[in-house]
Design a protein around this ligand. Structure first.
Ligand code: EPU
Length: 427
């Protein structure tokens, strides 16, 4: 298994271009099961999750490939197969996004339940409730969700909230199903994340009829069939945010090009509060610090649904606050157990206590490089960022987690000046 070796002590300086958003492209790929013609997704990132989704779709009878420039081309010829097995779904929770499209197109599906993950239970009850509201019979057998809708799905009013706010992939699944249902579906409590809106735009390009895009109330008029389309995937705001925090943590200057600054307002607001300069244009954001060794002002964050502070940037923010000049509170409201990075940061000298869903981070002037274990995608990114400002060498093991969601992060950090290399032979 590969590991990253990070040598701390360098102020990052430079520009990086945002890749396409992982959490938009994966459900969009599943949408290829809904349409008749080829679906071209431009600016798809080169990620292992994209390759996993290509395999899941191949198993369902959808032919696909990723071209060198990233473009993913997919086509489902004829009726899809309807079984998505555990061996594939367990590798990537986002595979559950095939459930809605299969039920809509083939009127039945058998998709393995994705199971838990390192940061909690992660149920899919809302996805299932939504499909039931559209008329599917849903049963769970031998670890699989089975849906049946012999006469096809029918539009309905559904509420998709959960105890922790709206569900992102739940909204996507039900919305995709509704595009081919008979009549009108109204989704209340829809997730407003930009990735949901981008999927809506892709579906509209395929011929779907969706109103209220970007809002918590989506109105979908079902159509007889969807066709192919060409769609450019929106920029990955979480990747962009990670590079901005990398710039800040090193007191450096990092500009992210080809992104949507408005979608990162919660982060840029917190960065300013923490004492960094932030500038932005129509499609770029730049963060600048006062030089290596700069300690941020302690700045609290609470994760919330969009447009609040994203849970997918919580770990990176915690890494930044580890060196703050005082105590900050990081509260996780989406996944109260998403704290796998906490004990690893403590191994690097951070002072963090957890009190239920809140981490109390007492800034310290010095972090110390150590071998640490990546446990999930964003936790791994946080450990790399902490390594950039630690004394000595940090080895981040199990980097396959990072490769799921960051395209060539080692090369791109190196281009900003970081001393990061990938080596074989990790734990
Ligand atoms: N929830 C339920 N029931 C459901 C679905 C969700 O109770 O049926 C709860 C979850 O347990 C959680 C909250 O609702 O407490 C929100 O979960 P959501 O369904 O929105 O999460 P998701 O759709 O499974 C996506 C991203 C995650 C990101 C979350 C939150 C994809 C493929 N994944 O997950 O991304 O953290 O939304 O924004 O889009 C990542 O990229 O590292 C990642 C984990």
């Amino acid at each position: 298994m590969d590991k990253f070796v990070v040598e701390g002590g360098v102020r990052l300086d430079g520009r990086v271009t945002a890749a396409g958003a992982k959490n938009a492209v994966l459900p969009m790929m599943a949408a290829a099961l809904l349409g008749d013609g080829p679906l071209r997704l431009e600016r798809a990132p080169h990620l292992s999750d994209v390759r996993t989704m290509l395999k899941v779709l191949e198993g369902l009878g959808c032919e696909g490939r990723q071209e060198e420039d990233g473009t993913v081309v997919l086509e489902t010829k004829g009726e899809p197969n309807v079984v998505a097995p555990w061996e594939q779904v367990r590798k990537m929770r986002a595979s559950v996004c095939v459930l809605g499209p299969l039920t809509a197109r083939a009127h039945r599906a058998e998709v393995s339940l994705p199971g838990g993950c390192v940061f909690g239970v992660r149920p899919i009850d809302v996805h299932l409730r939504g499909l039931e509201a559209l008329g599917a019979r849903v049963t769970i057998e031998k670890g699989y969700v089975k849906t049946e809708a012999p006469g096809g799905l029918k539009g309905a009013e559904v509420f998709l909230g959960t105890a922790f706010g709206p569900s992102v992939t739940g909204t996507m699944n039900v919305m995709m199903a509704a595009t081919l249902a008979k009549g009108r579906t109204v989704i209340h409590g829809a997730a407003c994340e930009p990735e949901v809106a981008d999927l809506c735009r892709c579906l509209v390009a395929m011929g779907a009829n969706i109103d209220g895009i970007g809002s918590p109330r989506l109105v979908i008029e079902g159509v007889e069939r969807l066709g192919g389309a060409t769609h450019r995937v929106l920029a990955d705001r979480i990747e962009a945010g990670t590079y901005l925090v990398a710039g800040a943590i090193t007191g450096g200057r990092v500009r992210v090009d080809d992104c949507r600054p408005g979608q990162l307002a919660a982060l840029t607001d917190r960065l300013r509060e923490a004492g960094y300069g932030v500038e932005r244009g129509d499609d770029w954001i730049e963060v600048h610090g006062e030089g290596f060794g700069q300690r941020p002002r302690p700045t609290d964050v609470t994760t919330q649904p969009f447009p609040g502070f994203p849970t997918d940037l919580q770990a990176q923010w915690m890494a930044l606050m580890c060196r703050a000049e005082g105590v900050s509170l990081v509260t996780e409201r989406i996944y109260p157990d998403r704290y796998m990075h906490l004990p690893e940061l403590v191994r690097m000298g951070a002072r963090i206590r957890r009190q239920e869903a809140t981490a109390v981070v007492e800034g310290t002037p010095r972090l110390s490089g150590a071998p640490v274990m990546a446990s999930d995608l964003r936790a791994s990114a946080a450990l790399v960022l902490a390594g950039l400002v630690s004394d000595g060498v940090t080895e981040v093991h199990r980097v396959y987690h990072i490769d799921r969601g960051y395209e060539r992060i080692d090369d791109r950090l190196r281009a900003l000046g970081a001393k990061v290399r990938r080596e074989e032979g990790g734990e």
